[in-house]
Write a protein that binds this ligand. Structure first.
Ligand code: AMP
Length: 417
């Protein structure tokens, strides 16, 4: 049975909380962006305020074995500062029995990186490149078998389980999904998870029409399932950025040397056909800022998006595209944005993405619900100072993409199921 933090009695209880503290560190192991730590604080603080203790667990990076570079001890100081209590540290997530047992109400313990153990992901490690299928199968079975013990140990530390790690909710890992089985009546979402799930529902399930999705970024292949789902849900589908050129080529346009994927042209045509059939306004770029080189200092000019000359490549949306998209955005009640509409990392090609961020902020001011979901568009709104001017900015890249593909995430299913 799923519980809710606000109703749960944490008095004298220990909560094991899966968070996503996979924060970027510089070469001196200093945190360069602590957003993920800060976003988990409401949940952790709530447990402490309500008389509980927290055992915090996370992964950091992608270590394939114990590796001090990926130690969570680098972040203990910042977590303590944010939480307002000194956080103890267990330097082996599988040997924290005594520390967990000694925790008193109001105290916090952070476990060392879960991914020091292959059992967290449940995938074998160290297999020889030329391992036979049999060997691969045996190694997989072995790690799956020891995964049960790994998860059981983590569960043994606590009375209840909270999943607040949206960033890994699309993974069926030990700490994100399997552990929930040990807490059939004492498992719940943290506030961040709850917020992310609601944000997606606000668009895909309960969104007020007109609903607009703006999908940009580099490749159609990485967002095909997203487009296939959205085209059945939205009124307007704006496709920009590098992936737009595959669609423009699919319509018979000339795209010069712009990024595109020929093998995905049939998929693009299928999506355009579905849009037509369903009366969805699929809006591509009409004017493009092209460059004669993939460089910030390249020579540039504005051309119609379907007539890009040979030797030139599309780098950003032009003013006519942006004007058309602005009208769509400002007449929408619900807007989802994923992926930049240009090579925004280069200042000369960031204007389009900045304009979209501004339009979203304006739509939000006018009462629309706006969700910025995943990866580079989140970086763009944050970098450009618009993060608090839209309704919701997601913390999950891959997880958000899978959620807008319409999939139920394993981390979500484990709590609800
Ligand atoms: P994604 O991870 O799929 O959301 O893609 C983000 C990347 O798409 C960013 O690094 C952008 O620079 C890139 N991108 C956006 N527009 C273009 C374009 N016209 N040509 C090449 N790359 C682009």
């Amino acid at each position: 049975m799923q519980q809710f933090i606000d109703n749960y009695d944490f008095t004298g209880k220990k909560a094991i909380v899966r968070v996503d503290f996979n924060v970027p560190l510089n070469e001196n192991f200093e945190i360069t962006d602590d957003t993920r730590i800060r976003r988990a604080m409401p949940t952790l603080k709530k447990v402490l305020e309500k008389g509980g203790a927290v055992i915090i667990m996370s992964h950091l990076g992608r270590p394939k074995k114990v590796d001090p570079k990926f130690s969570l001890k680098h972040i203990v100081g910042r977590v303590s500062e944010c939480l307002g209590v000194p956080v103890q540290f267990a330097d082996d997530c599988q040997k924290a029995d005594a520390q967990a047992a000694a925790l008193k109400p109001g105290e916090a313990l952070l476990l060392e990186n879960l991914r020091y153990y292959a059992e967290e992901e449940g995938k074998p490690r160290g297999l020889a490149e030329d391992a036979s299928d049999e060997e691969k199968k045996a190694a997989k079975a072995a790690v799956k078998a020891s995964q049960k013990e790994f998860v059981k140990k983590l569960a043994s530390y606590a009375d209840c389980y909270i999943n607040d790690a949206f960033g890994t909710a699309h993974r069926a890992h030990g700490s994100t999904a399997l552990i929930a089985d040990y807490f059939p009546n004492d498992k719940m979402f943290g506030y961040l998870m709850e917020g992310e799930i609601k944000a997606v529902d606000n668009v895909l399930k309960n969104g007020q029409h007109p609903i607009t999705a703006i999908i940009g970024g580099s490749k159609v292949s990485s967002k095909l399932a997203v487009l296939e789902n959205l085209v059945t849900k939205v009124d307007n589908l704006i496709i920009g950025g590098g992936m737009g050129y595959t669609f423009i080529k699919a319509e018979g346009g000339k795209i010069g040397t712009s990024l595109h994927e020929d093998e995905l042209i049939p998929d693009a045509q299928k999506i355009m056909a579905i849009a037509k059939e369903r009366g969805v306004n699929l809006s591509l770029s009409v004017e493009t800022l092209v460059a004669n080189d993939f460089s910030n200092d390249a020579e540039t000019k504005l051309v119609p998006s379907h007539e890009i000359p040979d030797g030139w490549e599309g780098m950003d949306a032009g003013p006519k595209s942006l004007e058309k998209w602005r009208e769509i955005i400002l007449s929408s009640k619900t807007i989802l944005w994923n992926g930049p509409v240009g090579v925004f990392e280069m200042p000369n090609f960031a204007k389009g993405t900045l304009q979209i961020a501004e339009d979203l902020a304006e739509a939000t001011r006018n009462g629309a619900y706006t969700l910025v979901g995943g990866g580079d568009s989140v970086a763009a709104v944050t970098q450009m100072g618009y993060a608090d001017k839209v309704s919701y900015v997601s913390t999950g890249g891959g997880a958000m993409l899978e959620a807008i593909e319409g999939k139920e995430l394993p981390g979500v299913a484990a709590i609800r199921g």
